[in-house]
Design a protein around this ligand. Structure first.
Ligand code: SF4
Length: 299
């Protein structure tokens, strides 16, 4: 059972950089005066509906709070020992990780090592974790048997990117999150049209999801990085403003959406960890003509 009456953060209507954006940018706050879910002292986390009710209540209480307050409530009050951070150690990851380190440096931090990352990302992961004193870093990913069965020639990103993300990212993360009631992401509304209404608290059938930086702008992020002298991902200087796996990440031109370099040329905009892609079960040879596999190798 999760007691939510411990939460003392009250919504604030004025915002500094630390607190997030101006009120008129909080366009996706789903817990407003019309919210039919009234305050509740105790809500179960055992079912999806209850998780969604809990997320709505948290959103009402803390949807306007400072990110540090949101994190403290999640880590120390509402989900002690049952919340993890999920980080890609990408272009903006240092901000959330720095905030987490100030709340509790032992908080579990899950990094999905897909096996397709830039070497610079793996190096940055290790250096940044050391720099911030994070002691809960866990690298997870597909096991060798899955890779051999589903993507032995590493071509799946070309001919089936959703399936590739599903077995390299979604399934390992699902397994790792099985021991947690909630997880924290660094997603923000400004990053993409698909995130324009992202709340600070949301839920699916299995977890409450917490987005402490949802309200922040790009300027908020840049200012926090400068104020705290956070080390940048080494690829940012080379034009990569959103960084995922190497085969699916390209440089971004001046003026482009920061995520325009992800899966460039495809309709795909998200890896699937927030929408549960179906996990593939067949090897390439079982479903594809040889030409498609050849094209993947060449890509
Ligand atoms: S981002 Fe690309 S390489 Fe990485 S898991 Fe998804 S499809 Fe595969």
């Amino acid at each position: 059972m999760v007691s939510i009456d411990k939460l003392s953060g009250s919504p604030s209507r004025s915002f500094s950089r630390e607190g997030g954006p101006a009120e008129d940018r909080v366009i996706g706050n789903r817990a407003d005066a019309s919210d039919p879910t009234g305050p509740s002292d105790h809500l179960s986390c055992e079912a999806g509906d209850d998780r969604r009710a809990l997320a709505l209540d948290l959103q009402r209480r803390l949807g306007y709070a400072l990110p540090a307050r949101v994190l403290a409530a999640a880590v120390h009050e509402t989900f002690p020992g049952r919340v993890a951070v999920v980080s890609s150690f990408g272009a903006e990851s240092a901000v959330l990780l720095h905030l987490v380190a100030t709340i509790d440096a032992a908080t579990p931090v899950l990094f999905v090592d897909t096996g397709r990352h830039f070497p610079e990302t793996l190096d940055y992961r290790d250096r940044l974790a050391t720099h911030l004193g994070l002691t809960g870093l866990r690298s997870i990913g597909p096991d060798a048997a899955e890779v051999a069965a589903l993507d032995a020639d590493a071509s799946r990103a070309v001919w089936d990117p959703d399936g590739c993300c599903a077995f390299r990212k979604v399934a390992p993360l699902q397994r790792a999150l099985a021991g947690f009631d909630a997880w924290i992401s660094g997603r923000k509304r400004f990053q993409a049209d698909t995130r324009f209404d992202l709340p600070v608290f949301e839920a699916d059938d299995d977890h409450v999801k917490i987005n402490p930086l949802a309200n922040w702008s790009a300027d908020d992020v840049a200012a926090y990085v400068a104020d705290h002298r956070l080390p940048p991902h080494p690829l940012v200087d080379r034009g990569y403003l959103s960084i995922g796996c190497a085969p699916c990440t390209s440089r971004v031109a001046v003026g482009e959406d920061p995520r325009a370099g992800r899966w460039r040329g495809l309709a795909k905009t998200e890896c699937g960890i927030h929408r549960r892609l179906p996990i593939p079960t067949e090897a390439p040879s079982a479903s594809l003509p040889p030409s498609a596999v050849r094209a993947g190798r060449e890509g």
